[in-house]
Design a protein around this ligand. Structure first.
Ligand code: HEC
Length: 113
């Protein structure tokens, strides 16, 4: 009973979205933590990760908890990796600025949002 109440309070606190909150930073595993650094270095100037507010691009909070990406494509690892590798109409291609391992770390972090 108590657990349900807490969950509902959290859901109310994050506003209209029904998505569960991102994993707290202090609970990330080492790979996810490395991905967090990649996000800060390559994505954070255009995308929020832990709030819903758009910057230059849409917030990526809950990106893998939603069925569709902003473009309407179904959300999956390949699609998100393509956006990173090849860019989007209004987003530069960033694949070359990370090693393959770093891109996997970034993807692991995006899954915690
Ligand atoms: C210079 C700004 C900029 C940077 C840096 C940037 N993005 Fe974007 N991104 C955008 C904009 C603007 C859009 C939405 C418009 C579009 O799709 O062209 C977008 C869209 C996206 C989408 C949605 C794709 C879809 O199919 O709807 C994803 C996922 C994404 N970005 C991930 C990332 C990740 C991960 C990084 C870091 C590696 C990143 N972006 C860095 C500007 C940026």
């Amino acid at each position: 009973m108590f657990g349900v109440g807490v969950a509902m309070t959290i859901a109310a606190a994050v506003g209209c979205t029904k998505l569960p909150p991102p994993t707290p930073l202090n609970e990330l595993n080492p790979q996810q933590m490395r991905g967090y650094s990649e996000f800060q270095a390559h994505c954070a100037q255009c995308h929020n990760d832990r709030t819903n507010d758009p910057l230059n691009g849409q917030s990526l909070r809950g990106v893998f908890k939603k069925q569709y990406l902003p473009s309407g494509a179904p959300t999956d690892d390949d699609r998100v990796m393509d956006a990173i590798l090849y860019g989007r109409p209004m987003m530069p291609a960033l694949g070359g600025s990370m090693t393959p391992d770093e891109r996997q770390d970034l993807l692991a972090y995006l899954h915690t949002l």
